[in-house]
Ligand binder design. Sequence first.
Ligand SMILES: O=C(O)C1=C[C@@H](OP(=O)(O)O)[C@@H](O)[C@H](O)C1
Ligand SMILES: C=C(OP(=O)(O)O)C(=O)O
Length: 428
Amino acid sequence: MRDDGTMTQPWPAPTARGAVHATIPVPGSKSLTNRALVLAALAQEPSILRGPLRSRDTELMASALRALGTGIEDTPAGAWSVRPAPLRGPAQIDCGLAGTVMRFVPPVASLARGHVAFDGDPRARQRPLNTVLDALRALGADVHGSALPFEIRGTGALAGGEVTIDASASSQFVSGLLLSAARFERGITIRHQGAAVPSLPHIDMTVAMLRTAGIDVDDQQQNTWRVLPGPVDRLDLDIEPDLSNAAPFLAAAAATAGQVTVPGWPEHTTQAGDAMRGILEKMGAQLHRDSSGLTVTGPDELGGVDLDLHDVGELTPTVTALAALAGGRSRLRGIAHLRGHETDRLAALQREINALGGAVEQTEDGLLIDPRPLHGGTWHSYADHRMATAGAILGLRVPEVTVADIATTGKTLPDFPDMWATMLESAV
Ligand SMILES: O=C(O)C1=C[C@@H](OP(=O)(O)O)[C@@H](O)[C@H](O)C1
Ligand SMILES: C=C(OP(=O)(O)O)C(=O)O
């Protein structure tokens, strides 16, 4: 039984008969969709979001905002039309295991009139959150609790102002506060104090989207972000494909000396997942981007790499799976914060790869991966979509890998098993 109440189904990971050759369209970005939903709920007029991701994380975000009074409806063309309304409780918010919901919605709830209660999956109760709740308290909110479950008792407005936080455990602490800040009476000035903030490209994405919504934001100074109070403009957006969700498919080309194209790969993007291009190149793959998309052609043998993934931690499970299939040692650094992701990803990757005969060691801030001949076995997913897809990548080359819970990919990519099967039909 899974935390969201559905049954787990062991999934025999298909082995590639040969090189995969496929074109795989990938649905919209989780990070763009959930930011757009929040901004649209705070805007003055209705918004339209075309090509949003429909997955557990984005449906939870939509449900959370609906519970606070926002109208979110499907259009016949599959877009989301978002009609803002006065924010109000009482409401019960299910965060599931979505970092974006548990960190982006509390600041929205602080603007609501009434009580708003939050909870989530058992693991979500352990993910770092206190920083956001303490910050909201300092900005004037009445917050009861320091982790999930907790409650915010809103009066319909928040003072805002200056706050110093330690965002070294998650960039989402900063993004969450910034997204709602134009609606705080005094806006916000956030100062980060502590070890380096991870996933900075995700904060840059937040800043870019605030500007798209006409919000005045200053991020000139390192570790300081300032948002002026003001109206939030409506959004009229085409959501880009999710480049981090594209990564396992590109990895399949890299792992099988095949060729995979992902259509619609943006020329310019704020998505951190774009870094997969440079990573695959370092491992020996060839890349080509044109109007048909991004095409990756895998090498005969992947090379080991030494990479700092501090900015793009969400690519780690995919990169680690590839590294376990490479010709030499890899070292991944700068990712201690992954211990607070969907699961402790460093421990999970080490345990699962080593259970198949691998040699992965944890360091203080990452992983050392020595490729070994691997054998089949059960690959546990730990309710982590990216662990599940990492198991699928290994299964391409290692017979008889069974992913214990492939349905957990529904967090961001419910169609993953079908998309993977379609890709493999093309293997020659
Ligand atoms: O803001 C976002 O959309 C995200 C920020 C990052 O979080 P962390 O900074 O907690 O790593 C990333 O890993 C996550 O998948 C999505
Ligand atoms: C860390 C991730 O998710 P979340 O938004 O739940 O933090 C992820 O998708 O890799």
